[in-house]
Every structure is written in structure tokens, then in C-alpha cells.
Design a protein around this ligand. Structure first.
Ligand code: PMP
Length: 423
């Protein structure tokens, strides 16, 4: 056996007794485990939340990057400050102004995608056992970041209009009754990952009021806010309460996920902690990536590009909803996203998305079982479908395959219930 052997049969972890307690919370997400399988070309993957970067003008971006290095290479290839490039932070404020956020570039901290902001926030706020409130379901990457710091995630129910204010009040009261206080509320108000719903305008002030009264910090994670299919972008929560809300943004969905540039905007004291935490994690972020985004926002028609993305994703959303309505057997239900990447599919009673997954893979279609989006492992009756990457025809084919698999599960259950042995 060679030292680098990676076969599961021989990969015994000899350091298992030496890890810090918090490493126990670091386990592979449902999505990561799926990626290798879902990437096979014969499989229609509705699994990973993969943006369609092929829609970018790659030649123009390539020339821009070449010019960046030739003209500003000594800055692009050098260290910078942990807070991030000042010019980029100015551009970020312009982007956020589309959602009513009126912050100064000094309030912005650049991060490695918004994922790093989630990690830094958890590092700053969460001691083992601390409560974090989060929607039910919640973005799997946020749950991963919180569990890495041993947070106790308490889920708050949503409906078709997003987080339910009364349920939030009850959750805050229940946590208080247990002698604890939540460190923050984590929410994705727009085109939710994975639920596909958007927090109704009429609920936004209510949620902010409740949090203000409870002195509960809000972490507003908003990767999809500019990818709405109808009308103007929704007003950000931070626009109405800059002291009570940390806003997280990213260029992963509006430009390129591979540049790994996101940001956090926070009240000054939290901003300072974020900068210190970022410094100890990475010294500073990639100057090259930051200046690439800065140049993109300064020299390329980024607003038009976002419109193009919106139209592309709208067509894929339409194909998804149309195919679901035509093909899914009775007993299924799904959300109808007004933007973003995701539909949340409810399977008929008794059908378990995780148990069904191997049969779906055999039928050459992949999705993410709902259990990945709940800290307590519930959500087995749900599946997340991401329509961002496959073209409409592939989406229709994928849903045709999925519908057949769900029908097979229903028949299996029926045979089981009526005592007919099934093979
Ligand atoms: N938050 C949410 C809700 C997301 O869907 C994602 C990406 N799937 C992220 C954060 C992290 O994205 P990134 O690190 O690429 O900015």
C-alpha cells in the first residue's frame, strides 16, 4: 500500500483521537457527496447550484484580464489590505444601491465568496452550543459553517411568503425559555436556497421589528437578489436597519463563481472583527480576483449581463415548472420561484428523497435530498431541484426521468401496503 492510497477500504483515520471537538461537526455535505456522480455526462443534474458561466462574454473577459495584468499587474499581483480593494468596495456600494442599501465603502469587507463571510461570522459570534436561528430549510453551506463552530441551529418555519413572523417570535421565546439567547438570525430573503420562496414585502418590516425588540442581529444572505424574473429588485433588509443587519453579497451568481469574490457589509464594530478574522484566515484576499471584478464592473456592461442571466434563468425556471406540472404524479407539490436557481419539491407521503436517490441516479437524474438543508436531519420528503445549469430540453428530460422514478416509488409503497411482494 502506498502512502497516498485513497481507496475507502484503506483510508483509516489514525488522527481521529487528536482532532479538536469542533472538527466533529465537519462532515461532507449531501451536495459534495453527490457532485462526483452528478457530473457524469449521462446524468441530468438538477443537484448542484451551478451558475451558467458559459453565458458570459468570455473573450471580452479574457481580454480584460490580459489588460489588467499588463497595465496594473504590480497591484493585481501584490498583497492588499484584509478589508479589500477600495475601488472594488466603491463598486460594491453601487451594486447594493440597486437594492436600496446606502452604505459607505468603509463599511464593506471583501470576502472569498459569501461562504467565507458565513465562516467568519460564525467564528466571531458562535461559541459551542450557542443558538443560531435559521429558516427551515436553510442553505446547506451556512449549516456547514455554523456546525463547524458547534452552533445549535434552531429552525424557524417558512411558507410561500418566506419566514413566518409569528414563528420567529415563538422561536425567540422558546430559546429564551430555555435560558439562552440566539446569537443571530440567518436568513436568505430573496429566491431562497433551497426553498425558492421570497420574503414578502409586507413581512420585511415585521421581521426587522421582531429582531430589533429581541436585540437579535440579522444576517441577510443575498446571492440571488438581482436575479428576480419580474420587476425591480426587492429592498434589502439592511436598507431599513443598517445597525441591526449584516448583509452578505457575492459576484458568484451575477458574474463568475470562480473568481470567489463576495462581501459583507456590517455595523462598524462587527466590520472591524470581520477584518481581523479575515486577516488571520488569509492575510488578504486575492488582489487579482478583486481587481478582475473591479475592472469587470468598471469596463463591462454588467447590468446588461445580469439581464441576460435573468432571461436565461427565467426560461429554465419556466421549463422546470411546466415539466413538473405536466409530469409529476399526484401527491407532489413544489414552490414557484420568482427568481434565483431553485425549486423545492415535496414528494408524496411516505416517499423518502434520500432513499429514492440511488434509483434516480440509475434513471440518470440527480437532485439534492431535503435532509441536507435541516440541521436535525429532517426534510426527507423534500428534494431541491436546481435549474440553473441544464438547458430547457435537458431539464424537461430530467424531470421526465424523475417523475418516472417517483411513480415507481408510489407503486412500491402501494405493493408493500397491499402485501404484494415486489421485486
Ligand atoms: N449563500 C447562499 C444562499 C448560496 O446559495 C451560496 C452559493 N450556493 C452561498 C451563500 C455561497 O456562495 P459564494 O461563496 O460562491 O459566494
Amino acid at each position: 500500500m502506498t502512502a497516498g492510497s485513497d481507496s475507502p477500504a484503506v483510508r483509516i483515520d489514525r488522527y481521529v483521537g487528536q482532532y479538536a471537538e469542533r472538527a466533529k461537526g465537519m462532515v461532507a455535505s449531501e451536495i459534495r457527496a453527490l457532485f462526483a456522480v452528478a457530473a457524469r455526462p449521462e446524468i441530468v443534474s438538477l443537484a448542484g447550484g451551478t451558475p451558467y458561466v458559459a453565458a458570459l462574454p468570455l473573450d471580452a473577459v479574457g481580454s480584460m484580464v490580459g489588460e489588467l495584468v499588463a497595465g496594473q499587474g504590480t497591484q493585481a499581483l501584490q498583497y492588499c489590505t484584509a478589508q479589500g480593494d477600495a475601488g472594488l468596495r466603491e463598486r460594491i456600494c453601487e451594486v447594493m444601491s440597486l437594492e436600496g442599501v446606502q452604505d459607505h465603502p468603509d463599511d464593506v469587507v471583501v470576502t472569498v465568496g459569501s461562504q467565507q463571510a458565513l465562516d467568519l461570522l460564525a467564528r466571531i459570534f458562535v461559541d459551542p452550543g450557542d443558538v443560531v436561528l435559521a429558516e427551515a430549510p436553510s442553505y446547506v453551506g451556512a449549516l456547514g459553517a455554523f456546525s463547524a463552530y458547534q452552533a445549535d441551529v434552531v429552525h424557524v418555519p417558512m411558507d410561500d411568503e418566506g419566514l413566518i413572523p409569528e414563528a420567529l417570535e415563538q422561536a425567540i421565546a422558546a430559546v429564551a425559555a430555555s435560558g439562552r439567547r440566539a446569537k443571530f438570525l440567518y436568513t436568505v430573503p430573496n429566491f431562497h436556497n433551497p426553498a425558492g420562496v421570497t420574503l414578502a414585502l409586507s413581512r420585511r418590516h415585521r421581521i426587522l421589528d421582531i429582531c430589533q425588540r429581541a436585540e437579535l442581529l440579522v444576517v441577510e444572505d443575498n446571492p440571488y437578489g438581482l436575479l428576480g424574473f419580474d420587476g425591480d429588485p426587492m429592498r434589502a433588509l439592511r436598507a431599513d436597519d443598517p445597525e441591526g443587519v449584516v448583509y452578505l453579497g457575492t459576484f458568484s451568481k451575477t458574474f463568475a463563481a470562480g473568481v470567489r469574490v463576495g462581501w459583507a457589509v456590517a455595523p462598524p464594530a462587527i466590520r472591524d472583527k470581520l477584518i481581523l478574522a479575515a486577516e488571520s484566515a488569509v492575510l488578504c484576499h486575492s488582489s487579482f480576483a478583486q481587481l478582475t471584478v473591479r475592472e469587470y464592473l468598471s469596463t463591462q456592461p454588467w447590468r446588461e449581463q445580469i439581464k441576460d442571466f435573468r432571461e436565461l434563468y427565467r426560461a429554465r425556471r419556466d421549463a422546470t415548472l411546466d415539466a413538473l406540472a405536466r409530469l409529476m404524479p399526484p401527491g407532489c407539490g413544489w414552490t414557484e420561484p420568482a427568481g434565483g436557481f431553485y425549486v423545492w419539491l415535496r414528494l408524496p407521503d411516505g416517499v423518502d428523497a434520500k432513499a429514492m436517490l440511488p434509483r434516480a441516479i440509475s434513471a440518470r437524474v440527480a437532485y439534492v435530498p431535503g435532509t441536507g438543508f435541516y440541521a436535525d436531519g429532517s426534510g426527507g420528503q423534500f428534494a431541491r431541484l436546481c435549474y440553473a445549469f441544464p438547458d430547457p430540453e435537458r431539464i424537461r428530460e430530467g424531470i421526465r426521468r424523475l417523475a418516472a422514478v417517483v411513480e415507481g416509488e408510489i407503486e412500491l409503497r402501494h405493493d408493500f401496503a397491499s402485501g404484494v411482494p415486489s421485486v
